[in-house]
Design a protein around this ligand. Sequence first.
Ligand code: FEO
Length: 409
Amino acid sequence: MTTPFRAVPVGDCIHWVGAIDWSIRDFHGYQVNRGSTYNAYLIRGERTVLVDAVKAGFEDEMFARIASVCDPSEIDVVISNHAEMDHSGTLPQVLERVKPSRFLASPLGVKALHAHFGNLGAEAVKDGDTLEVSGGASPLTLKFLETRFLHWPDSMFTYIPEQAFLFSQDAFGMHLASLERFAEALPEHLLDQEAAKYYANILMPFGPMIQKLLARLDEMNLPLATVAPDHGPIWRDRFPRILEAYRRWSSNTLRPKAVVAYDTMWDSTDLMARVVGESLHEGGLEVQLMPLSGSHRSDLATEVLEAGALVVGSPTLNNQAFPTVVEALSYLKGLKPTGRVGGAFGSYGWSGEAVRQVEEALTSMGMELAGSTKTLYVPGGDTLAACHTLGLQVASALQERLAGEPQPA
Ligand code: FEO
């Protein structure tokens, strides 16, 4: 059948039938500069199975890709690995059109789908349950693995042991619109950058649970020839690289790097930021300045992902920290970047509350404050010397902390 969008074979009897969102730039507050994909997969055995669906508005593209393989009415089983609406938004239309004999989700997925769409007739599969897709000489089995709170309560993986093929929903994904379906067809630096941004903005709060999941996968010793997430490219030979990155990120392994996030009203806090940055570097750290007037919070989160220090500068505006600084700190707090060394600085005109507010915000994120400084109006020589000292204090505190950590074997 000729259709404007075609399915892409990604395994034995497995096709990618998702959609490419070239135009999205704001994914619930996360700036996605390179668009995204909503990956859905069609398995053709004795039964035909659809794994996940696409965001509302992309149903025509998905159905066209399915139709390039089979009539959508041949789909017998629909699986929802994750109920967030970028993967479930078209499920009501899918179920209406396909009328599958079974619609499966995790127990918490059934509840989440019901809360979003009313009763769709979803049936719960538990951790370890299996479903036979084909029997006989060419068996094909689906095994369900609950991955609660990674990153939603309902999340689960679906695994095909006969092909060592894992559908990993959001895990190991990235927001990257591309016609390439496999990671090995894309530049490594691009994969590293977008995978880190995705982890920082979606998965960073769940590090301890991801550690447990990785330990469980290690214990199960699952062969993984193909890992197919719900966003971005599918992993084959390059999977060990992203798996290693997930081990590093989820264990909160930090580098000798400092991020200086700041905004300014009349360039005083800007000057302080630049001097703090110089002395952090003098103290042996890699340094990234993030002027919040032009840096998106999701890029800030990405820079903070492996940074051992976060130094925040804010002028005081009407007794408050500057709005862009408040927004950045609120966003970061939700992502739980614990265990960093912190510092604060800023210029003020009357009462100067911002630095104290920044200190409180950093402390509330579990950061150890290495120092702070503030100045009335325009920084003079003493203030710039204090900024220089602040950078050295933060660098020294971080170097000391990293030196005390056990080194990888
Ligand atoms: Fe891609 Fe959590 O949805």
